[in-house]
Design a protein around this ligand. Structure first.
Ligand SMILES: *Cc1c(COP(=O)(O)O)cnc(C)c1O
Length: 242
């Protein structure tokens, strides 16, 4: 992994600005800022940058690639902060992550869910997960469709080694703020729906949505965790995945 150039001051200042933006968005929506967690999306940024973000007060780190997670963990980058896995995950890499990350947010298909459950059972622990929702119905993305979410949540009773904490999404690129909001509104509806039901092995408290470009709208519509990369660390030196 090549680390781009960065500046600690820049990271602290960026995080302060995001916290301000979060507080403004929360207040405008009649919410308390403490209801929303800031997850630093750290892909392509190394241990030093992660340490700077943690020192500046992010609530958790989100990693996309298993290999990067292991490298940064080896370098003691996380300093005891929770680590969430937020990237596409192959089943052969998932088992090893179980018990080593706090939450796996990107559970995007039944086969991965089962794989994580089996690994957690073998290790005699309980793994926190989110279900990833393909809210825009995009071919290129994984995730449960909105129609599948409630059923998947209801089926959690089969997995005592898991604990369902909520939902995550990466909405499609939208032209207007209106369009973006519509996806967030739909996500909130799904979240409220599963939270209103009795979900075995569930403790539904995380709605993970909102990134650098759209976190104020996500907060306005009920996000409880935003995942921010670029606005903290600057542009990554590769084409941004959708
Ligand atoms: C990269 C990434 C983010 C952060 O995206 P930015 O636009 O850089 O803030 C959030 N969530 C996931 C799953 C990501 O891969």
């Amino acid at each position: 992994m090549t680390e781009r150039s960065w500046c600690k001051m820049g990271i602290a200042e960026n995080i302060a600005a995001i916290r301000l933006g979060m507080a403004r968005a929360a207040e405008a929506a009649g919410r308390r800022p403490e209801e929303i967690a800031l997850c630093a999306a750290t892909k392509m940024n190394g241990a030093e940058a992660v340490r700077a973000a943690i020192a500046a007060g992010v609530d958790c780190c989100g990693e996309n690639r298993a290999q990067e997670f292991w490298e940064k963990r080896e370098a003691n980058a996380y300093a005891g902060k929770p680590v969430h896995f937020i990237g596409r995950l192959q089943t052969n890499k998932a088992a090893k992550l179980v018990g080593n990350v706090d939450v796996i947010q990107s559970v995007d298909r039944p086969a991965l869910l089962e794989c994580i459950a089996r690994a957690a059972e073998r290790k005699a622990l309980r793994q926190d997960i989110l279900l990833e929702v393909n809210i825009g119905g995009e071919e290129s993305k994984g995730g449960f469709s909105p129609a599948e979410v409630a059923e998947a949540a209801q089926a959690m009773g089969m997995f005592p080694s898991l604990r369902l904490r909520g939902l995550m999404t990466i909405p499609p690129r939208a032209e207007t703020a209106e369009e973006r909001r519509a996806f967030f509104v739909e996500m909130r509806r799904l979240f409220v729906d599963i939270r209103s039901k009795t979900i075995d092995n569930g403790c539904i408290d995380i709605l993970s949505m909102g990134m650098s470009d759209d976190y104020p709208e996500a907060i306005a519509e009920g996000s409880t965790m935003i995942r921010v990369g670029t606005a903290i660390f600057g542009e990554r030196s590769y084409a941004r995945p959708k």
